[in-house]
Design a protein around this ligand. Structure first.
Ligand SMILES: [Fe+2]
Length: 165
């Protein structure tokens, strides 16, 4: 197996893993959203992130198909690292909103880095054409991560206000 072929194998596996990461994000957001309604800004952002994650997963599907990998191979177990930051464990916690946002910031950092890995692998695999698609998704992750980070103080205040009410 030559270097490019080997890199392609790793790259395709990376695309499948990232698809699982996006689907995990979709599931987590879906689960959390009903209880985040008291925080309208966050709720709206989560709704947008949910839609984007569905689109990002579809982009990964398209790339896999382009490289001749069947979609049925896509379903894979989510890695332990991802499960750790998924929000399910925070359900019912009094400060669930804060825990969820912290987890989401971690998740976004993971996703941004994953796309960076995929961009490097795409080059090594001779799939430079894929990069603009991957870059688009990475940019979206960055936007959401930045929004969460910069709005964290506001969300803490909103949480305190609700607690005092
Ligand atoms: Fe995503």
């Amino acid at each position: 197996m030559n270097d490019v072929k080997r890199a392609m194998d790793v790259y395709l596996n990376g695309l499948r893993n990232q698809h699982a990461v996006e689907m995990q994000a979709v599931g987590t957001i879906q689960n959390e959203m009903p209880r985040m309604e008291p925080y309208p800004d966050l709720y709206a952002k989560m709704k947008a992130d949910h839609e984007r994650s569905v689109t990002q997963a579809a982009r990964l599907d398209d790339l896999l198909e382009k490289h001749g990998t069947s979609k049925s191979v896509v379903k894979q177990a989510v890695t332990g690292a991802v499960a750790t930051v998924a929000g399910f464990i925070h359900k019912g916690a009094e400060d669930e909103v804060i825990k969820n946002v912290l987890a989401a910031i971690g998740y976004k950092a993971y996703e941004i880095s994953s796309y960076k890995v995929l961009l490097t692998l795409a080059d090594a695999a001779g799939a430079g054409d894929d990069k603009s698609t991957l870059e688009q998704s990475m940019k979206e992750e960055q936007e959401m991560g930045d929004w969460l980070g910069s709005n964290l103080p506001n969300l803490v205040h909103a949480f305190l206000e609700r607690k005092a009410a």
